[in-house]
Ligand binder design. Sequence first.
Ligand SMILES: [Fe+2]
Ligand SMILES: [Fe+2]
Ligand SMILES: [Fe+2]
Length: 280
Amino acid sequence: MNNTDIIDLLNKDIEAEHAAIIQYLIHSYSMGEGELACEIEAISREEMRHLDFLAEAVVALGGTPSFERGAMRPEGNGVASWLENDVLAEEEAIAMYEEHIRLIDDPGIKNLLARILSDEKSHHGDFRHFVQSAEKQGLKDVRGNRQDRITEILDWSIEHEYTVILQYLLHSYLAPNEKMKHEMEDQAINEMQHLGWLSEKIVSRGGSPKIEHSEIDRSTKPLGMLRADIAVEKQVASQYDRAAKEISDPGLKKLLTRIRDHELYHVKVFTDLKKGLEEN
Ligand SMILES: [Fe+2]
Ligand SMILES: [Fe+2]
Ligand SMILES: [Fe+2]
């Protein structure tokens, strides 16, 4: 099998991991705070690590990681049925990795996929167990369909955060040096925190987070990437600033102000990176 074929298979794996990450996050946010929600979020974080390993492997083979999202099954009739969908997702992941391990002969990639496969087997067992505990605890969908000015603000915030997580990860994989790679990855992790805070907030206010993203920047040159990243941070920092001033709820005001300050920090980090590249 040549590199192009291996890259195609790994990109299929990345797309499936992406779908699992979001499906599990939606389930975790939608059952309200609690032990089970935390455990599911932890599994989602393991899928993020898988995505990262796979993306690095694609880059090492000379490819570009895919940021398309595979098919999800987020809906179902209550918490136990969501978790049954998660069991199915793990079964599909196991079958996919077993097939890809069979098809690929590169020993390094085979090892990586075998390592991920063993996690998926463990997740499969976890989710089967979670179906039972959700039934026992009588866990319910805690989302509502509240629609007001604040949910509107939280909706665009979540859409923005999801978009930049993908954008900064992509830019970290395409970065020309370790410093930029590391900074882009750090800011992506910070945006993941924002996504979590905002999603929990929307649910606690009786709304429902739609985890969808908009167009991500596809620049291939580092200066173009950083220009796009600086522009989006400046714009969103002023949006958060306006929203924080408009909102009277003190907790939400504090949250949006804190996120705004992070975004202003991101502007500085990206501006420094850009200066560094221009000087070289
Ligand atoms: Fe998994
Ligand atoms: Fe953010
Ligand atoms: Fe940011």
